[in-house]
Design a protein around this ligand. Structure first.
Ligand SMILES: [Fe+2]
Ligand SMILES: [Fe+2]
Length: 469
């Protein structure tokens, strides 16, 4: 494999120094990225030392280095997983053929689109989260937020490298546009809906990293299957970093749940708002919201694009090689959710066109695991959190034109309007949650609405100066 050039202007393991044109092009994109980071990255703490991990290698042992660094000096780089010289295409019409080291002309437009849509989500989430640093519940959490943010920045680099390296002029233009669209911008928004929603408070942030970063995991895992080997290797390495983002969400909600249960027991009531906590009903509403907007990210139940991407070998299924079928799916069928004759049921679709639904199924099963863990804590007070019905609050696909309650009952417009305040965060709920958010910046101290973490970062103690304030 190519060794890691960690001291280069752009750290990389793709021998950037051996391609002067590409190197110059990326070095001229770099200042635009830094400018974007300073303008639309975290609104504070840009001059503070933050205890961050930085990718320095792609090997099994020690791929990251931990140390204090000011965020604008973070070493964003280009890291691809080690190549497998014998890698073969695992699915689609080209199954069994050698993986591609370059982009076949006929798939150029589709691959570029896949890279742009993935790349767009990375800076979008940094923009969505930029004000959260003002209200972090502890220095530990503040550091985790920044870790997620700098790594989303690196994921943008990952996609920009592929655009520059393999897509010529068009790719360079797309890379520039990734810095020009902005989350929530009226005139030039981010591509996907969930990435234009605000992330106004830390409860939203924890649910976002649990549900929406997990969409990222499943998208990256299916792109890791791609016949286009540089994309596969890029996604492989991105998934290593992504695991931490979902840890932030899963452990964050677990700590909120733990605190909620403590307050309920201490005050012998489920209504803990007056005691500075977040009650289970509010947690459930936030869960409903973030889960349903994340389900939309997988697209419509059936999609010709998804079928074409799979047949062409561009985007596979989650854990493609572990599946026990022919990996071609020419004659396969499956049921997909549908509203039929005024009732929720299903219809039969070609498996090839229903791949969005298959990925959504895998995602839902993964989401359930965390909810089950949170519920072990909630069992102490006889309560639970639940994933709502797949049709609840959906804006994409078969349910977009219907109102469905969390239990999966079809509703009239009137019933929906009457029920929605019980199911989704209201302005009053958001006010309460935002009212609890105050930045805590003394080492080892923690806000009252969330329990402390059980361990620190990288074997450091909880009172470590994760951010030097
Ligand atoms: Fe990412
Ligand atoms: Fe992420």
């Amino acid at each position: 494999m190519t060794t890691v050039d960690i001291d280069a202007t752009i750290p990389n393991n793709v021998d950037l120094a051996g391609d002067r044109r590409l190197q110059r092009a990326l070095e001229s994109w770099q200042p635009k990225f830094i400018e974007w980071w300073k303008e639309l990255g975290p609104v504070a703490f840009q001059g503070n030392d933050v205890y961050l991990r930085t990718a320095i290698s792609v090997g099994q042992e020690g791929w990251a280095n931990f140390g204090h660094v000011k965020m604008p000096d973070y070493r964003w780089g280009i890291f691809l997983a080690e190549p497998d010289p014998d890698r073969r295409i695992a699915f689609g019409d080209h199954v069994g053929e050698p993986a591609w080291q370059d982009v076949p002309g006929e798939h150029r437009a589709d691959l570029r689109r896949l890279l742009v849509v993935q790349g767009d989500t990375e800076p979008a989430s940094v923009e969505q989260q930029r004000r959260l640093c003002l209200t972090a519940p502890s220095l530990y959490d503040l550091r985790n937020l920044f870790q997620v943010n700098v790594e989303e920045g690196r994921h943008l680099w990952a996609m920009v490298y592929l655009l520059h390296r393999y897509f010529g002029r068009d790719g360079r233009d797309e890379a520039d546009e990734l810095l020009e669209r902005h989350s929530g911008d009226q005139d030039n928004p981010r591509i996907l809906g969930a990435f234009n929603e605000a992330t106004p408070d830390w409860l939203s942030f924890f649910f976002f990293t649990y549900f929406t970063d997990r969409d990222g995991k499943f998208q990256l895992a299916s792109l890791r299957e791609s016949a286009f080997d540089p994309l596969s290797r890029t996604c492989d390495f991105m998934l290593k970093e992504e695991a931490h983002h979902m840890f932030v969400g899963a452990s964050g909600i677990a700590r909120v749940v733990q605190r909620t249960v403590e307050l309920m027991k201490q005050h012998d009531t489920a209504d803990i708002a007056a005691h500075g906590g977040i009650d289970v009903t509010t947690l459930q509403k936030y869960l409903h919201f973030h889960y349903s907007v994340s389900l939309d990210l997988f697209g419509a139940e059936t999609s010709t694009n998804a079928a074409n991407y799979f047949a062409a070998g561009l985007k596979g299924r989650f854990q493609e090689e572990r599946r026990q079928d022919d990996h071609v799916l020419r004659d396969a069928l499956r049921e997909v959710p549908a509203v039929v004759d005024g009732a929720i049921g299903s219809r039969t679709a070609a498996s090839l066109t229903a791949l969005n639904e298959t990925l959504r199924d895998d995602y839902i099963a993964d989401c359930r695991k965390g909810v089950d863990r949170w519920n072990r804590t909630l069992a102490d007070v006889g309560m639970e959190l639940r994933l709502p019905h797949i049709g609840f609050n959906r804006a994409v696909g078969a349910f977009a034109a219907h109102h469905v309650d969390p239990d999966g009952r079809l509703l009239s417009d009137r019933e929906w309007s009457a029920g929605a305040p019980q199911w989704l965060p209201t302005a009053a709920d958001r006010d309460h949650v935002e009212g609890l958010m105050h930045g805590v910046t003394a080492p080892a101290q923690i806000a009252g609405w969330v329990a402390p973490p059980s361990t620190g970062v990288h074997q450091q103690p909880l009172d470590f100066d994760y951010v030097r304030v």
